[in-house]
Design a protein around this ligand. Structure first.
Ligand SMILES: *Cc1c(COP(=O)(O)O)cnc(C)c1O
Length: 286
């Protein structure tokens, strides 16, 4: 994909007792944020190659995925269509999407639950003939392949642990698949009912050097307690790095608590992945 991204940057945040670095995917591009660049990369290439008439995808009203996709489609002169869960609303995310030419359809929550059913997808395909459909969150084989390249050019041999937030798990699976045997991958789920994701990860990751840091959902997806807000303000102040509230804040919380629980041992190094998504911070969460 000919979208220019900045070179990957790693910041060292703590050096002892455990070394903690952060991979700043948030800093690679102002709009095609973080992991979404990697999930879209091969999907957009495939759409262009097959001469698709449009890109169609799914997301919530604050979706980082739709936001990145709208910008990228616009850059390539491809029409884009966003199927948005829930009642019609406006917010900064959807405002940008519209600005970049994305056509939005709001679909009821019950309809939206069919987002992976063949019949349902056929209906949208009929409405947008020859469009290229990307599942919610870019969660398909090409999305996964893109995520296997996130760590290209990074010396992962110096880390014993890598930690990343888990939504659909595509990013985490790609990372886990590309790590050397000396590094353990830890996923941090950001919503409550994550057993189906765990099952899908068992299929996507062909080894067992990965685990789960659970209990940091903070009430569920998009929920953000006062207690966590206070911690995040402290970390942001100390490190000078803005954290996205939906994913990265919970991931950092899991890392900090896991140090106290000795998941990581003194002298080891941990790479946290900042997956981007800062556009979503324009809205107050509770
Ligand atoms: C979409 C997103 C994730 C989750 O990625 P998955 O591949 O769906 O697990 C994590 N962090 C941010 C900032 C995101 O926008």
């Amino acid at each position: 994909m000919a979208i220019d991204i900045a070179p990957l940057r790693i910041d060292t945040l703590l050096t002892e007792p455990v070394g903690v670095d952060m991979l700043r995917l948030d800093a690679i591009h102002p709009f095609v944020s973080g992991n979404k660049y990697f999930k879209l990369k091969y999907n957009i290439a495939a759409a262009l190659e097959q001469g698709a008439s449009a890109l169609v995808s799914f997301g919530g009203a604050y979706s980082n995925h739709l936001h990145a996709l709208a910008w990228a489609a616009n850059k390539y002169g491809l029409p884009s269509v966003g199927l948005v869960r829930g009642e019609p609303v406006n917010n900064p995310t959807l405002h940008d999407c519209r600005q970049w030419g994305m056509q939005l359809h709001f679909v009821s929550r019950s309809d939206y639950n069919n987002k992976r059913e063949e019949d349902y997808l056929q209906r949208w395909q009929a409405q947008y003939p020859n469009a290229y459909l990307i599942p919610e969150g870019g969660d398909n084989e090409l999305g996964l392949q893109g995520c296997e390249h996130i760590l290209d050019g990074i010396d992962t041999s110096v880390y014993q642990h890598l930690v990343c937030a888990v939504g659909t798990g595509t990013t985490f699976a790609g990372l886990a698949r590309s790590l050397p045997e000396t590094c353990m991958a830890w996923g941090v789920p950001v919503f409550k009912h994550h057993n189906p994701i765990l099952d899908s990860l068992r299929e996507k990751i062909p080894h067992s050097r990965w685990g789960w840091l659970g209990g940091y959902e903070d009430g569920g997806f998009g929920k953000y307690s006062v207690a966590l807000q206070e911690k995040v303000a402290t970390w942001e102040g100390a490190w000078g790095i803005e954290l996205d509230r939906v994913y990265t804040a919970k991931m950092v919380w899991a890392v900090m608590e896991s140090m106290d629980k000795e998941v990581f041992n003194a002298g080891e190094r941990v790479l946290m992945v900042h997956t981007g998504g800062l556009q979503g911070n324009r809205v107050q969460l509770r």
